[in-house]
Design a protein around this ligand. Structure first.
Ligand code: PMP
Length: 351
């Protein structure tokens, strides 16, 4: 650690992403990527955008893509902010809407990037303990001092809050920003985007990394009141004004224009999730009711870390969390039906 690092940086423990093995022979069920390729229209758009215009900076306001997303979600383009993956949109949101000295609230079991950003930006936070069944105690998120953030569905559990529950949290924090991180919303939850015209303090963040198979392109976006979006633009223009590259813009636009492919892919993943969940139940696992593209599971008689290591030996990567309260659990991303079959076959002898 360098003596020159700021105190903020010294206090920050960086986020550790899941392994990204180079070996293409692995079944990769550890970082919630989509097992299906991006829409063929998106791939074609990337090729078409690979031309001499790459010498030019991309359009800083990303207007065309904002219009596409606005139209898709039934809002005004001024209500859309686009960033380099939703992780960046989250970082900008922490900077724009949360203040040092006014603690924000998020669940104790949740996306591990939130405490990292909070420490980096010097924002106090309180972790609200989830119940023993991992559900969120909704009232505990009412009347926060500095704002609220949580994923819906939550990660790594996959549990969702209903729209009414989400709305109650937004309603009970009228003077603070409430951020709903909807990275996994397309796999079965109810999106809060339909509430943004009613609540000036609501920001909904989504990504193209999961349901639209574009994790490698890094595109995320926020939808909210135009004043919140203006705040995010101010951060962007003060920090990194060209967030999205030309290829990402082209891919994202084409992905939104291919509704049929999107519906097909997410339908398959939901179906495979339900099938996998049943198989795991039959093998004696406890499986949390997930509405995301992953399952959060434990086996009452087999150690989760052992399972993780034994699967890894067979080139099957799942996620094991070495954290209080959840170290007995594995998070398994939903792959293709064939990959999940191989996963189950690999599991059986080690149980
Ligand atoms: N939010 C949650 C809850 C996530 O699990 C992830 C993926 N790790 C993200 C946001 C970030 O996704 P991306 O930056 O790829 O859009």
């Amino acid at each position: 650690m360098s003596k020159f690092w700021s105190e903020r940086l010294q206090a920050t423990e960086p986020y550790i992403p899941g392994e990204q093995p180079n070996n293409t022979n692995v079944i990769k069920l550890n970082t919630n990527e989509n097992p299906y390729p991006p829409s063929p229209k998106a791939l074609k758009a990337i090729q078409e955008a690979t031309d001499e215009t790459l010498r030019l900076y991309p359009p800083p306001t990303v207007n065309e893509l904002r219009e596409t997303i606005a139209k898709y979600h039934g809002v005004h383009p001024d209500q859309v902010f686009i960033g380099n993956g939703s992780d960046e949109v989250l970082a900008f949101s922490f900077m724009a809407f949360f203040n040092p000295g006014e603690p924000i609230l998020f669940p104790d079991i949740t996306y591990s990037f939130y405490p990292v950003y909070a420490k980096l930006f010097n924002i106090d936070y309180k972790r609200v303990p989830v119940r023993s069944d991992f559900t969120l105690p909704v009232e505990e998120f009412f009347q926060s001092e500095g704002g609220v953030i949580f994923p819906n569905p939550n990660a790594p559990t996959g549990l969702t809050l209903s729209l009414i529950e989400v709305e109650s949290i937004v309603n009970q924090n009228p003077d603070q920003v409430v951020i709903i991180d909807e990275a996994y919303i397309d796999f079965g939850g109810q999106s809060a985007v339909q509430l943004v015209n009613q609540y000036e303090n609501l920001l909904v963040i989504q990504t193209l990394s999961k349901s639209r198979s574009l994790a490698g392109m890094r595109v995320g976006f926020a939808i909210g009141d135009h004043q919140l979006i203006e705040g995010l633009n101010r951060i962007k223009n003060s920090f990194n004004s060209y967030t999205l590259d030309r290829l990402a813009i082209a891919a994202a636009k084409a992905a939104f224009d291919d509704e049929e492919y999107f519906q097909d892919v997410r339908g398959q993943i939901i179906h495979t999730r339900e099938q996998t969940s049943k198989r795991l139940h039959t093998l004696g696992f406890e499986v949390i009711d997930s509405k995301a593209n992953f399952l959060f599971v434990r086996h009452p008689h087999v150690d989760a870390e052992d399972l993780y290591l034994q699967l890894k030996e067979q080139n099957i990567f799942v996620r094991y969390f070495n954290k209080p309260r959840i170290q007995e659990y594995l998070r398994i991303s939903i792959g293709t039906a064939d990959e999940m079959e191989q996963f189950i076959i690999a599991l059986e002898p080690v149980l």
